[in-house]
Design a protein around this ligand. Structure first.
Ligand SMILES: Cc1ncc(COP(=O)(O)O)c(C=O)c1O
Length: 385
């Protein structure tokens, strides 16, 4: 049996014989509005930038990201999608032990294992709506689940602490989020234990209020913080491969920069990044659409028997099937036959076949998916009566 990722449209073509152009991608978490019109128009007129190498220091691009995020340009570095920065960050930090707040996007674990780090999951619990208890996480990281070493002074065996905590906010796949005040507590307790924190904010701009959750302003006061973002999801540009990182830790920034290859951000992505963030109309259209569709989809599904809908802070929602005898695979199958692709979450660490995730698309497309989910869950409920 296959579990498909949101971008696996070619595999779907082979297995189900449906042309990828016909599939509505409820699994890819990409903004349904498509590219910003301002960006599209600009790029069409500036294709000649491809004839030159990009600025090796990306000075104008970093200035544009600085204007958009409020972070100083000297705290910003850019990469080939946030993926390159996840990789470069982990390689620069090279932790012996790292903790991932789970369930989580799989790239963190893959990258840590390539670096030879030991990975430990601290799992958020479905029974607590995937909300974090910071003190419990601190106990987990400091009370010796890791290897021990002998303290040279006392001769006692003391636990080795992890050097890195990785988390995603809002989190993929749970769509749960940490508030800024929780993040501050977490950063302080990590700082006192010498732990660096990598926060992946790929979905932050979809949150109901960005300033309630983003950690970017905290990079000014916490030097144990690295924040990552990209343009693949909110800006609907996964093919552009543009990401950025923000940190106030100069030595970490220099270390990451030193390990990166030159020109990994193309001159087209460099040019795009200098204009796209100024499209404020696109930002508000996206936020309005996601707010409305999140409200609609979540209240529709919450009213159906046999489903648990988790609170959503990103542009997608995690749903659990409580009904015996129905799995995420059943919903996936029913949806793909109608050319809609959702994400069966059984392959995520600590989730099982009762969880599925989908992102909010346009209203009519969402209606089609909601009807399909209702048909599958109610068919089963009816057959039991
Ligand atoms: C949490 C998270 N981080 C990073 C990425 C990859 O982003 P990018 O395209 O910017 O490399 C994804 C893609 O699905 C993701 O879900």
């Amino acid at each position: 049996m296959h579990t498909f990722h949101g971008s696996d449209l070619e595999k779907i073509e082979q297995v189900y014989g449906i042309r990828k152009e016909e599939i509505t991608g409820f699994g890819a978490n990409v903004n349904p509005l498509g590219l910003s019109p301002l960006l599209k128009d600009y790029l069409a007129k500036h294709l000649d930038v491809l004839c030159a190498y990009p600025d090796r220091n990306y000075t104008a691009l970093r200035a544009a990201i600085s204007a958009y995020t409020g972070a100083p340009a000297e705290h910003i570095l850019v990469g080939n999608g946030s993926t390159e920065l996840i990789s470069a960050g982990i390689r620069a930090i090279r932790p012996r032990d790292a903790v991932i707040l789970g369930p989580a996007y799989s790239e963190y674990e893959r990258e840590l294992s390539l670096t030879g780090s030991r990975t430990h999951y601290y799992d958020l619990k479905a029974s607590e709506d995937f909300l974090l208890d910071e003190e419990d996480l601190e106990r987990f990281m400091t009370e010796g689940i890791f290897s021990h070493e002998t303290d040279t002074g006392s001769g006692k065996s003391v636990p080795c602490l992890p050097q890195l905590l990785v988390l995603c906010n809002p989190n993929n796949p749970t769509s749960s989020a940490l508030t800024v005040s929780q993040m501050k507590r977490l950063l302080s307790l990590c700082k006192r234990n010498g732990i660096l924190v990598m926060v992946d904010e790929t979905y932050a701009e979809f949150a109901p209020t960005l300033s309630d959750i983003t950690a970017i302003p905290l990079t000014e006061s916490y030097d144990n913080l690295l924040v990552l973002r990209g343009v693949s999801k909110f800006w609907a540009a996964p093919g552009l491969r543009l990401g950025y990182a923000v940190t106030g830790n100069k030595s970490m920034l220099d270390e990451i920069n030193a390990s990166k290859n030159p020109w990994t951000v193309s001159s087209l992505a460099d040019a795009a990044g200098q204009v796209m963030f100024t499209d404020t109309g696109y930002i508000s259209r996206t936020q309005n659409l996601i707010r409305a569709e999140r409200g609609h989809c979540c209240s529709f599904l919450s009213a159906l028997p046999g489903l648990k809908v988790f609170p959503s802070f990103a542009n997608f929602v995690l749903v659990r099937i409580l009904e015996q005898g129905i799995t995420a695979q059943d919903i996936f199958e029913a949806a793909i036959r109608k050319k809609m692709m959702i994400r069966d979450c059984s392959s995520f660490h600590s989730l099982d076949e009762s969880f599925f995730r989908f992102c909010f698309m346009g209203h009519e497309e969402n209606e089609r998916l909601l009807t399909c989910i209702k048909e599958v869950t109610c068919r089963r409920t009816d057959s039991l009566q």
